[in-house]
Design a protein around this ligand. Sequence first.
Ligand SMILES: NC(=O)C1=CN([C@@H]2O[C@H](COP(=O)(O)OP(=O)(O)OC[C@H]3O[C@@H](n4cnc5c(N)ncnc54)[C@H](O)[C@@H]3O)[C@@H](O)[C@H]2O)C=CC1
Ligand SMILES: O=C([O-])C1=[NH+]CCC1
Length: 314
Amino acid sequence: MSNLLFIDEKTVQSLLDIRQLVDIIERALINFSIKAETIAQPIRTVVNIPSQSAHFFNMPCYSQQDNALATKLACLFPNNYKLALPTIHAVILLFDCNTGVPQAIIDADYVTEMRTAAASAVATKYLVNDNYNILCIIGSGAQARSHLLVMKAIFQFSEIRICSRSKSNAERLAKDTNTHAVIYDCVQDAVQDADVICTTTNTVDPIVFEKWIKQGAHINAVGACTPQRREIDGELMRNAVVVADSRESAKNEAGDIILANASVDAEIGEIASGKVTIDTNQTTVFESLGLAIEDAVCARLIYDLYNSRNVTTS
Ligand SMILES: NC(=O)C1=CN([C@@H]2O[C@H](COP(=O)(O)OP(=O)(O)OC[C@H]3O[C@@H](n4cnc5c(N)ncnc54)[C@H](O)[C@@H]3O)[C@@H](O)[C@H]2O)C=CC1
Ligand SMILES: O=C([O-])C1=[NH+]CCC1
């Protein structure tokens, strides 16, 4: 294991470009849905830590065409905000697909933030109504930040809103990301007339209701990744067109779907590949759980970029 690399967060940040990331995530989502025979990705295991309302995820994946064999280990500790620590900490272990030799341990906090926002960007590309104007980000944590950065890089919104229970956190996020944003602390006001809504919170109970949103809006529901949590109310989940990253994950992990008794109309990879078409005048929800393949393709990209830079600079 003498060549095992550790790639830290700063290095990861310097290697990843948003547009390239969105492209590889789109390709991964398509392959996941329509070339399933070339991918091995069991449903992730989740170890619960009840004393902290926390979860420990193990997310393995092998993707033949991406030359990627990896697993991500991620901790979700929602109480960390009391310690001013990030809620999610993650590492990816990357292996050589031909020999099984470990190649790298990659700090995956930034990867998790950015690949999740990239998946939302892919969903938005295919599900947003053509005449979109207003983006509304709900939450002001790590996912809110990555969603703001990626959405701004990929789409042209005429108005950006950030809604957080604490207005000062939303203001800080706007400042840190150099975003001219309208700040809200009331979700009902913030989502009114919004064309794209990204929910990026740790809430347990729904915070977005059907009666508040515009017909034809697109929602990226990112925060509720366990069967007990939900961000979106049941009526909205049952009446909207629901698109998941993975049907199997949605059935097993998505509180928004399980607790609402809602159904999944398509996987985003089926839509991006052209296999399924959705009328974008309808209200759509992208239920994002997060897939191991997203992390595996990022890990392969990061490792290859790291090596090519080190070769050219040495
Ligand atoms: N779909 C996916 O692939 C991924 C989803 N996630 C999920 O995204 C969520 C957010 O993650 P981070 O941004 O890293 O966490 P974070 O702790 O940095 O931010 C959470 C935000 O939610 C807000 N919040 C908490 N409870 C709320 C409530 N009741 N109403 C309104 N806002 C509330 C907090 O104030 C904070 O702004 C987590 O629940 C995590 O499970 C995280 C990574 C990947
Ligand atoms: O996909 C992911 O990495 C995660 N989803 C929920 C917590 C971590």
